[in-house]
Design a protein around this ligand. Structure first.
Ligand code: GAR
Length: 201
């Protein structure tokens, strides 16, 4: 049976990407075949190199135009795209090429605290400024609008009165690292030994 090849798009540190590399390295049917980033200084580039995963950097024009990106994805025989802290809006040509085959993770309980400009610490600051008593993570399919695709998984966590954006970010990252690889696996294979952990809210 053919492997399912996934490509990770990331713009920054890449701690989620790292968990994905680790989880799928020994996987029998899912392989991370490459990383694409818009940021030549992103730490995810070092992480990919450490895992001997090919990584390519692109600029805004290349992303808009599409030829380079589609060419690389074809060369890597990509079946699905995983966004892991990727900050640019996904263009229509990619959604058309990978319909329901692009997954994103967002560090809040969508539809709250989503949309343009809502990423990373901006999200945690907004959650705290609104006095929310809970936050969490959302994993969803990607469509033409920021953070509006079909939600396939959410997990909640408490927001404590003494939380800072940094402490909340740490707790959210822990949730992301624990669940994202498992949700990706389940999404791609329909199977997962720890399915009950994923779906059991
Ligand atoms: C993650 O918390 C991810 O949910 C968020 O960026 C962070 C990347 O961290 N994504 C968004 O805010 C997308 N709107 P990482 O680089 O350490 O994985």
């Amino acid at each position: 049976m053919k492997n399912t090849n996934i490509v990770v798009f990331a713009s920054g540190n890449g701690t989620n990407a790292e968990e994905i590399f680790r989880y799928f390295a020994p996987h029998p049917s899912i392989k991370v075949c490459g990383v694409l980033t818009n940021n030549p200084r992103a730490n995810v580039i070092n992480r990919a190199e450490n895992h001997q995963i090919p990584c390519r950097v692109f600029n805004r024009e290349e992303f808009r135009n599409g030829d380079l990106i589609l060419g690389i994805l074809q060369q890597w025989e990509a079946d699905a795209i995983i966004l892991a802290g990727f900050l640019w809006l996904i263009p229509v040509y990619l959604i058309d090429e990978y319909p329901n085959r692009i997954l994103n993770i967002h560090p809040a309980l969508l539809p709250k605290y989503g949309g343009k400009g809502m990423y990373g610490m901006h999200v945690h600051r907004a959650v705290l400024a609104s006095g929310e008593s809970e936050s969490g993570i959302t994993i969803h399919l990607v469509n033409q609008e920021y953070d509006r695709g079909k939600i396939i998984f959410q997990k909640r966590c408490q927001v404590n009165p003494q939380d800072t954006p940094e402490t909340l970010a740490t707790r959210i990252h822990q949730l992301e690292h624990r669940h994202y690889p498992l949700v990706i696996e389940q999404w791609l294979t329909g199977e997962n030994d720890r399915h009950s952990e994923i779906s059991g809210e």
